[in-house]
Write a protein that binds this ligand. Structure first.
Ligand code: PEP
Ligand code: MG
Length: 745
């Protein structure tokens, strides 16, 4: 059966059915109980199945052997192998090898058997032999799961001598390879044969604990321990997971935009997520795509599911920052917002129906699945292990954080500064949004100034909270970045609402007039290419009073904290600068306000004004920018978008999967930094920037700052720090160390 399946490519089902039927007619439970005559009859029927497939089962052993060898080589190209390599980032051109060994038989009676064992528990890392044994059986029987195997410890009772010998061999192999081994063995008439040993796959928790234990046992040094754990795998430790004991079909699949699992009742608007939360109900916010306007809903919901958008779309970036699971770009889902319904494949769900999303895999399930919660703090075993990584790394690790809570989380996991505080998220809180609307709808500078005056105390409190949590460490605060329309309701929704109000309340009604004014402003602000429109520093140049208010808030907060003895260290970051004039203008404006407040309040505040480098032109004229910029931070989300000319909000749900499939792209450049293109621009920016301003502090705060291979690239470029979401800080600490010792390049 196995030969027919693996070598001749015939599905197993028909063979299995025949074996099942034979077991039933003989009244036995296991294959080992089927008598020789019945096997003989079965073999004839197996051959007939092969013939039905237009093949003849080869009888010559050499033909069989060569066909088997070829099948192993062929398996390199199987879909399963290709998917596995893609997931584990194994190059396609490595190829595979074949070992030919003499067979031993575990099904020669009760003094025979077969087993699989790990030298330590691969789930927990505990130092115990872990595995299974089946008496009178072949290896396939363990995998097939027809009989429940005994625990490996039972072998001690069944065959004590074999067990002792196996234990000795296991220990010897572990010491030899200085790593946990995954062993396969067969016992043939009381004699132990080792079939295979390899380094064991393990959970992230086990990997860290094993590495730590091997150091304590004197088997390896700390450097090797640090090299043994896959940095990306640490991701598993900080997110809820779906309890794997449940088997539920996937309803549809999107992009794995922010890891972790969450279950909740579906709601279709951010406001509903907030209301439901207030009523103590868990929700999943389901949106076509999210805008900063949805942030309050994202805070209230357990997780986010969007039909459009990729891994650097707003939903993904914000969710990741909050540590909330997000499945984005779930194209198979259809949303009927008006009737509050969504279809997932065949199934239609209404508001309030339960779904479970897995942002680690991108899977969406209907119903409420059981989850396994993550630890709330960095456990001791991980803290110790990461401290070994810290001893080895050169590059610092900072975090992207927008709130005091996130900043506290960042510190807790070892961040050495805040590399990006996105101030737009502060504008999104429900108590501020109306004032932000007032500011945007203002028709004169005076009117706008009044609204900004009202926003000032909110911003001051935000900055004060973050600077206080991070005292002694740098906090890089980015001035407002997104196009203003992102703070307003969507054009489509407004069109529907104004039409409805006109019909129901009339054009003279206050409600209509108010809505219509909003609609007009949204239409005015509407841009075909908002990512390339009135955003980043362009916004601060067109509306200088917005940046002035933010800088005022930063320095009023810093002065007040310093007066209280808190070591506040704000750095002001100007987004999206592409010309030296933009840099000069925004820097001068920010410096004027900062110095005025410092002078007024008569408190020393150490600060720097720098820029994000997120446009190709910025890289090309980095020497000119460095004249005024006191630090650079690579915004590689936008730099990738503008270098490739791929929309960061659309590409991943649109053509990137096809590009990956056709190998036009080897990696998604929004997830793994494109060294050749974007990286060359970065290299140039580093060289030019430091040429103009020796010792210029340079970091990265795009999503790539938390991805191991991109981190290694930044280390090699000589960046001072990487900055990433707090939950990725442990990954970055380990990856920076692995880069320093050459484990990842
Ligand atoms: C970037 O562009 O890489 C960045 C960090 O800024 P944002 O994602 O907010 O545009
Ligand atoms: Mg950006």
């Amino acid at each position: 059966m196995m030969f027919s399946n693996v070598v001749l490519g015939i599905a197993k089902d028909r063979f299995e059915e025949l074996i099942d039927a034979t077991r039933t007619s003989l009244g036995v439970r296991t294959d080992a109980e089927i008598d020789a005559a019945s096997w003989k009859a079965l073999t004839d029927r197996f051959k007939a199945i092969v013939r039905e497939h237009g093949k003849e089962f080869p009888q010559d052993v050499h033909t069989q052997l060569y066909a088997a060898i070829e099948a192993v080589f062929e398996s390199w190209h199987s879909k399963r192998a290709v998917d596995y390599r893609r997931y584990n980032k194994i190059p396609d051109d490595w190829g595979t090898a074949v070992n030919v060994m003499e067979m031993v038989f575990g099904n020669m009676g009760d003094d025979s058997g077969t087993g699989v064992a790990f030298t330590r528990d691969p789930n927990t890392g505990e130092r115990v032999l872990f595995g299974e044994y089946l008496t009178n059986a072949q290896g396939e029987d363990v995998v097939a799961g027809i009989r429940t195997p005994e625990k490996i410890s039972d072998l001690k009772r069944i065959a004590p001598k074999v067990y002792t010998q196996f234990e000795e061999i296991a220990t010897r192999l572990e010491r030899h390879y200085r790593d946990v081994q995954d062993l396969e063995f067969t016992v043939e008439r009381g004699k132990l044969f080792m079939l295979q040993t390899r380094n064991a796959k393990r959970t992230a928790e086990a990997a860290v604990k094993i590495a730590r234990d091997l150091v304590e046992e004197g088997l390896i040094d700390k450097r090797r321990a640090v090299s043994m754990v896959n940095a990306q795998s640490l991701d598993q430790l900080f997110h809820a997971r779906i309890d794997p004991s449940q088997s539920v079909a996937v309803a549809c699949k999107g992009l794995n935009a922010a890891p972790g699992a969450a279950a909740g009742m579906i709601v279709f608007t951010a406001d509903e997520a907030v209301t439901w939360r207030e009523q103590g109900r868990k929700t999943i916010l389901v949106r076509t795509e999210t805008t900063p306007d949805d942030v309050h809903g994202m805070i209230a919901a357990e997780g986010v599911l969007t039909q459009k958008g990729g891994a650097t779309s707003h939903a993904a970036v914000v969710a990741r920052g909050m540590g909330k699971p997000c499945v984005a770009g779930c194209e198979a889902m259809r949303i009927d917002l008006r009737n509050k319904r969504a279809t997932f494949g065949e199934r239609e769900l209404r508001e309030g129906d339960w779904v479970t999303i897995d942002g680690t895999t991108g899977n969406v399930f209907i119903g409420e699945l059981g989850l396994i919660a993550p630890p709330s703090q960095l456990p001791d075993w991980l803290a110790t292990f990461l401290s070994w990584a810290d001893e080895l790394r050169r590059m610092q690790v900072w975090a992207n954080a927008d709130t005091p809570e996130d900043a506290a989380k960042a510190r807790e996991v070892g961040a050495q500064g805040i590399g990006l505080c996105r101030t737009e998220h502060m504008f999104m809180q429900p108590d501020r949004l109306p004032i932000v609307h007032e500011m945007i709808l203002a028709t004169s500078v005076d009117e706008r100034a009044k609204a900004l005056e009202k926003l000032l105390p909110f911003q001051r409190d935000d900055f004060s909270g973050i600077l206080e949590v991070m005292q002694g460490l740098p906090v890089t605060i980015r001035l407002l970045d997104p196009p203003l329309h992102e703070f307003l309701p969507s054009l489509e929704e407004l069109l529907v609402e104004t039409t409805e109000l006109r019909l129901t309340k009339g054009v003279e009604s206050a409600e209509y007039r108010q809505k219509e004014a909003m609609l007009r402003r949204v239409q005015q602000l509407h841009e075909q290419n908002p990512m390339l429109g009135l955003r980043v520093c362009r916004l601060g140049i067109v509306y200088p009073e917005i940046y002035a208010m933010q800088v005022r808030a930063i320095f009023e907060a810093a002065c007040e904290l310093r007066r209280r003895g808190v070591d506040a260290r704000p750095d002001v970051m100007i987004p999206g600068v592409g010309t030296k004039e933009e840099m000069q203008t925004t820097r001068e404006a920010a410096k004027r306000v900062a110095d005025e407040i410092i002078k007024q309040q008569n408190v020393e505040v150490p600060y720097r004004i720098g820029t994000m480098v997120e446009l190709p032109r910025a890289c090309i004229v980095a020497d000119e920018l460095a004249v005024d910029a006191e630090f650079f931070s690579f915004g590689t989300n936008d730099l990738t978008q503008t270098t490739y000319g791929y929309s960061r909000d659309d590409a991943e749900a649109s053509f990137i999967p096809v590009y990956l499939d056709k190998r036009i792209l080897k990696e998604d450049p929004f997830q793994v930094l494109d060294r050749h293109g974007v990286g060359t621009l970065m290299q140039q920016a580093v060289t030019l920037g430091r040429g103009a301003r020796p010792g210029l502090k340079i970091g990265i705060c795009g999503e790539h700052g938390g991805e191991p291979s991109s981190i290694a690239f930044c280390d090699n470029l000589g960046l001072d720090y990487v900055s990433c979401s707090p939950y990725r800080v442990p990954i970055a600490r380990l990856a920076a160390a692995q880069s320093a010792i050459g484990v990842i390049k």
